[in-house]
Design a protein around this ligand. Sequence first.
Ligand SMILES: CC(C)(COP(=O)(O)OP(=O)(O)OC[C@H]1O[C@@H](n2cnc3c(N)ncnc32)[C@H](O)[C@@H]1OP(=O)(O)O)[C@@H](O)C(=O)NCCC(=O)NCCS
Length: 193
Amino acid sequence: VAVTIRASLPGDRADVDATLAAAFEGEPEVVALERDLSARPDSVGFVAETDGAVVGFVRLTRGWIDAEAQLVEIVVLSPLGVLPGFQRQGIGAALTAHAVEHAQASGAPAVFLEGSPRYYGRLGWRPAAELGVTPPSARIPTAAFQAIRLSHWEAWICGPLVYADPFWVHDCVGLRGERLETARRALAEDAPR
Ligand SMILES: CC(C)(COP(=O)(O)OP(=O)(O)OC[C@H]1O[C@@H](n2cnc3c(N)ncnc32)[C@H](O)[C@@H]1OP(=O)(O)O)[C@@H](O)C(=O)NCCC(=O)NCCS
């Protein structure tokens, strides 16, 4: 399918909500998070369209690395969702690549996210630990906390990542309970032995 990626507009609200509600079934907090993030001046969303219909969405939001010398502005990629009927056609990969290009053009030194290394690893994401950046919560497994280093990265940058407030307001940092246990088991099975 031919896919176009463009910045999301206020008029996309209902389509973006529907896309994320379907992609994150049983996780209504993701739609609530997206609504709050979309109101921020330090956040930008992108939609994927086929035949004029929204089928995927990704967002970048400013965060920080609390480095010793100074706070360093970086971007956090979340949420990323593709309508179930349009998954496995490269739309998620295209949205992610578009977001990374935008982050590079904006001058950010790196992009961070939480997710499956099985999915993001083949798109070029690496463990954030390799950059000396620690996650904003102990509930984010080390392997799930991933980054892409951009050309503005500098070797002195290291420290804990700090998320923008809406991720905390909606309890969208890391996982809890059964979902955390399931993710930890899956990552342990994937880990190199
Ligand atoms: C993750 C998601 C955005 C991928 O979108 P997509 O358009 O299907 O992705 P692509 O077509 O670029 O890549 C598809 C490949 O990734 C794999 N994949 C998708 N999600 C995966 C996951 N969580 N873990 C491992 N592999 C995954 C698929 O198996 C597929 O591989 P295959 O076709 O070789 O079997 C989409 O599946 C989605 O919206 N999922 C629900 C919401 C979600 O989990 N978002 C990510 C949160 S970090």
